[in-house]
Write a protein that binds this ligand. Structure first.
Ligand code: NAD
Length: 483
């Protein structure tokens, strides 16, 4: 049965103001499996008004940090209860194996809500010694106040987890939100909003407006009552958002893409590094912002390592995620399928050696081949641009200095992995890498207590950890004259 999804505004399911709907298409068989309301700027205005009403005297604004923390703990328990359903929702929308969100995204979301429950009453101000005011002593202290209504714009690749990162932190800080899920993945966002209601968050604190980025996302960035936009997605969209939001001086946090290096030294634990690199390349069909798609291998082990990684790629069973034994589903959408194949063709055209995979041409479904190139140079498009698919580019290096220079020769700066058994080398290289996060002998270790985000073209700001909650507050200073 085809599901028909509506917005969730002020605790109620609502159709688009003009009745518009959009299709959700299965990447496995290219058939419609659901529809969702195609939001309008009127819908956005209605959701922002509901969110605004809960601030400055609304029921939500009167809750203490401990009370907000209690609600977040209840929400974590409800996400845990519905873990299977939420994993299936995300998997269905993008053709992912449900096992992946079940093992990674959903537990991470639960942990994020639990961690944020603890931060909610830790957002302390400071007492600051001053020089007084015109010869009279003063007392100055600061308070942490919520920034206000937040627009949370989310991509399709890990919808529940990325929504949870934003939602947990902003709720801990006392903000309210309008969530704009990606066109392809509105299911888990709407369900999460209903869980917020069930947990006891006042209606209007968490709202979801589904629809197109150019309409709903844009209207949120333009709305004068939205104080902050938190966005995860592509650099192209981020530029547009920053331009629009900048006109009204909104706070903007951007989590963007990457071309993350995995550096394999000749002293690495070989088997461990092959398995880890394959995970960083192929999990979620490579549609991961931190995908370790640029594999820098020290020349002494390069041939053996390339062969082992190619073997790992060739052994991945691609197909319908519901079929037994399948290890990789299709990519999420047609545009993504075409993009990945275009990059594979460009690697071939630019002279890289194709060790596994290649351009795919399935009869039905957006299935792509796990692909490995070797003999590449760092100026090829497959080494510089984010592909967002299961394509790895192997580049050889000689020395530690070469590896660092190659790794840092990128417009992106999200994450990096270092594979070595030499502890001092690991720390030295980690310090020299120009990225937001380094994993040593582990690819992309996400944890709700750690900050996550990039530098350069990978974005601005951090999500996660206590700093993630602080980012949804403003520090107000109060000075009292003490005559
Ligand atoms: P996208 O930028 O096309 O879309 C992201 C979101 O922005 C969607 O909800 C979309 O509807 C919305 N949007 C589109 N145009 C908009 C506009 N003009 N105004 C406001 N909102 C608009 O990106 P995508 O295709 O959904 O995701 C893929 C990209 O996201 C990749 O580049 C990937 O690296 C990046 N990404 C980064 C992270 C991270 O944590 N750093 C996580 C996931 C994805």
């Amino acid at each position: 049965m085809i599901q028909h999804l509506k917005h969730f505004i002020e605790g109620a399911f609502v159709e688009a103001s003009d009745g518009g709907r959009m299709s959700l298409i299965s990447p496995v068989n290219e058939e419609e499996f659901a529809t969702a309301a195609r939001g309008t700027s009127e819908d956005v205005a209605r959701a922002v008004a509901a969110a605004e009403a809960q601030l400055d005297g609304g029921e939500w604004s009167k809750l203490s940090g401990s009370q907000r923390g209690g609600l977040l703990n209840r929400l974590a328990a409800l996400v845990e209860r519905d873990a299977e359903l939420l994993a299936e929702m995300d998997a269905k929308c993008i053709g992912r194996l449900p096992m992946e969100p079940r093992m990674m995204d959903v537990p991470n979301a639960i942990g994020t809500f639990r961690a944020a429950a603890g931060w909610a009453n830790q957002l302390e101000g400071r007492t600051i010694p001053t020089d007084g005011y015109m010869g009279t002593r003063t007392l100055s202290y600061t308070k942490r106040e919520p920034v206000g209504v937040v627009a949370a714009i989310v991509p399709w690749n890990a919808p529940l987890m990325i929504t949870a990162w934003k939602l947990a932190a902003l709720l801990a800080a006392g903000c309210t939100v309008v969530i704009k899920p990606a066109e392809e993945t509105p299911l888990s966002a709407v369900h999460l909003a209903t869980l917020c209601q069930e947990a006891g968050f006042p209606d209007g604190v968490v709202n979801v407006v589904t629809g197109l980025g150019q309409v709903v996302g844009r209207a949120l960035c333009e709305h004068p009552s939205v104080s902050k936009v938190t966005f995860t997605g592509s650099p192209e969209t981020a530029r547009e958002i920053q331009r629009i939001a900048g006109a009204s001086f909104k706070r903007v946090a951007l989590e963007l893409g990457g071309k993350s290096p995995q550096i394999v030294f000749d002293d690495a634990n070989f088997e461990h590094a092959v398995r880890g690199c394959a995970l960083g390349l192929f999990v979620n069909q490579g549609q991961v912002c931190a995908a370790g798609s640029r594999i820098l291998v020290q020349r002494g082990v390069a041939k053996r390592f390339s062969a082992a990684l190619a073997q790992a790629a060739a052994s991945v069973k691609v197909g319908d995620p519901s079929a037994p034994g399948v290890q990789m589903g299709p990519v999420a959408k047609k545009a993504q399928f075409e993009r990945v194949n275009r990059y594979i063709q460009s690697g071939i055209d630019q002279g890289a050696e194709l060790l596994a995979g290649g351009v795919s041409n399935p009869e039905k479904g957006w299935f792509v081949n796990p692909t490995i190139f070797s003999g590449a140079s760092n100026d090829m498009a497959i080494a510089r641009e984010e592909i967002f698919g299961p394509v790895g580019t192997i580049i050889e290096f000689d020395s530690e200095e070469d590896a660092i220079a190659l790794a840092n020769d990128s417009e992106y700066g999200l994450a990096a992995t270092v594979w070595t058994e030499n502890l001092s080398r690991a720390h030295k290289v980690a310090a020299a890498l120009k990225v937001g996060a380094v994993g040593v002998n582990c690819w992309s270790p996400l944890d709700p207590n750690l900050p996550w985000g990039g530098i350069k073209m990978s974005g601005i700001g951090r999500e996660g950890g206590f700093a993630g909650a602080l980012a949804y507050t403003e520090e107000k200073v109060v000075t009292v004259l003490l005559p």
